[in-house]
Design a protein around this ligand. Structure first.
Ligand SMILES: [Zn+2]
Length: 219
């Protein structure tokens, strides 16, 4: 059975809420243009839609959804710089004051990268392999750690830190960071527990931010 009828009934509800008599939000956005408060770079994964997770309104978030929420390194000569083009538009044209990279648990893209690093080569994937292996160096060190239970989480968070680092390499982002006109955030959504962890730049760790507190480790 197709999802189309459900999409149409969802749109009907949206239409009533946002084009009805009680609000002029969409009319205002259409008239004045968008002025999003944040650029969010999130995974394409169907379980981690930032607009749903954070209950935002149209116009609030400028969004990039891409496999494994990876930010490529700054490279004006890259052949098809789709992600970088969206970042450039958000930062230089829309002048967003904040950027968030949002990773998540059970990320298939990072899982594929770990499998590739473990020797299960993804060479038969035309596009996935070259894309996810942009984070290869950042994640490779995690493979050395003998704690295999936490590998996925460590790899997802290492890739997220790598994306934040790559963002800092875009000259007009570095400029705005230095002038304190832009702030970077790295959040990791634990979809098993329903919690958010935020990257703390100073301590180089992820700290619990929202949702159920982490359970104490078993002794
Ligand atoms: Zn993912």
């Amino acid at each position: 059975m197709s999802i189309i009828p459900s999409l149409l009934s969802g749109f009907e509800a949206f239409q009533k809420s946002y084009f009805g008599a009680d609000t002029d939000l969409m009319a205002r956005l259409a008239r004045q243009g968008q002025e999003p408060q944040m650029l969010v770079i999130a995974c394409s994964d169907s379980r981690v839609d930032p607009a749903l997770l954070f209950g935002v309104e149209p116009g609030d978030l400028f969004m990039v959804r891409v496999v494994a929420n990876l930010v490529p390194p700054y490279d004006p000569h890259a052949p098809l710089p789709a992600v970088s083009a969206a970042i450039e538009y958000a930062v230089r044209d829309l002048k967003v004051p904040e950027i968030m990279v949002m990773g998540h648990a059970q990320c298939g893209g990072i899982g594929g990268l770990c499998a590739d690093l473990a020797g299960n080569d993804l060479a038969d994937r035309d596009f996935l392999k070259p894309w996810i292996t942009t984070a290869r160096a950042a994640v490779a060190g995690e493979m050395e750690n003998p704690d295999k239970d936490s590998l996925a989480r460590r790899a997802e968070q290492a890739a997220l830190r790598h994306s934040l680092q790559n963002l800092r390499g875009f000259p007009w982002i570095a400029e705005r960071l230095a002038a304190q006109r832009l702030r970077l955030h790295g959040w990791w959504f634990d979809l098993d527990e329903g919690a958010i962890w935020a990257y703390d730049d100073d301590q180089d760790i992820f700290k619990h931010l929202a949702g159920p507190e982490p359970r104490p480790a078993a002794v």
